[in-house]
Design a protein around this ligand. Sequence first.
Ligand code: GLN
Length: 442
Amino acid sequence: MLEEIKGTNKIDEYKKVLEQKNSEINAFISDVFVEGNKEGPYYGIPFAVKDNMNIEGTKTTCASKILKNYNSVYTATVVKKLLEKGFSVIGKTNLDEFAMGSSNEYSAFGPVKNPVDLERVPGGSSGGSAAAVAADMVPFSLGSDTGGSVRQPASFCGVVGYKPSYGILSRYGLTAFASSLDQIGVFSKNVKDVALITDIMKGKDEKDSTTIDFNKSLLENINDEKLEGKKFVVPKFVYNKNADKKIIEHFDKIISMLKSKGAIVDVVDLKELEYSISVYYIVATSEASSNLSRFDGARYGSRTDAEGLTEMYQKTRDDGFGIEVKRRIMMGTFNLSSAYYDAYFSKASKVRKIIEKKMDEILKDYDSFILPTVPVLPPKLNEKLTPLDYYMMDLFTIPANLAGLPAISVPAGKIDNLPFGFQFVGKRFEDQKMLAIANSFE
Ligand code: GLN
């Protein structure tokens, strides 16, 4: 735990592990070193940053060919706050290009291997950050979670992954994918550390107008909750969609354990939430198509020269973007086009509101939702699943993003020697309580 190593210099120790293991795991895209404030209380503790966050003077590639030579000119607010407290960055981690994906196989820098089983994917899109913690290359790392990209790889790699309520952490310096869903999150091996790190990073930032003042400490009363008497709700679709049978059996065993400790668990039919995947892939692709328009070879992005301006844009984007990013830009452009805006984006935004309202309403009667983090076990590398197979895997993580609620994946045993992640989705801005419950569950 971080409090236990505070005051010692662990940088070389971790760097050594990183150097030994990275050639196989490929969790790091670059091993830049950005030293933290020597006077800070956490000087000597290293961490890793997903390579879609800017750190001045380092490359930020978003695992895309189009940004392979991009040098950051400023530092993301959350990283800046950690550096001020003394933490040092020892590398930028691999991801699915522009954070679009669930397996890390869409990186222009090659896939990451899951440290638990090298033949399997680590999950995505923050697969490098999850693998870096799982393989002890760093004690904690930062990722981003737009539709599950912190919690899903945390589940696959057997570590803790936490996405705070939307607005607690500044997105300034995070390369935007779908701004209304994007939220920075933390990986670690325990709940206390993600609380500690988020306490340091949180708060109002004038450079991100969606941030809120959030003064409550997440760590302070983390030992104060008991499972006894807690009320949990499981959305019924966990059982009637195509989740792996072994996942459901394991999940049910955990529910029995929770009940034996005095918790109340109800299964509730939440039809509205079943539209989450459709809504997400309309909203996220639409916002992405707009956000990624800046990568055109003129404003941002490695330019591919051509005769005219339009040809230059076309060639640059054709050469620079990978297959999944292109697919999303095309879907998003279609959704936002004047002929289809009402039928798709506008409708999806309305359904999103309904989902958000429903989740808030249910949480008036319960302490948190509980779900498996992912409906399947980590697939093998090169299993050649279709994009739709991967999209469907996001059903259990996406609702928290659509509603902006806090959510955490905690390792809870293994199935066939592969990690299983158990997920809590708490009330808006009641991250403290959700973390304390997750801590008592751990
Ligand atoms: N798997 C989801 C997607 O591909 C989530 C991505 C994310 O959270 N960044 O969009």
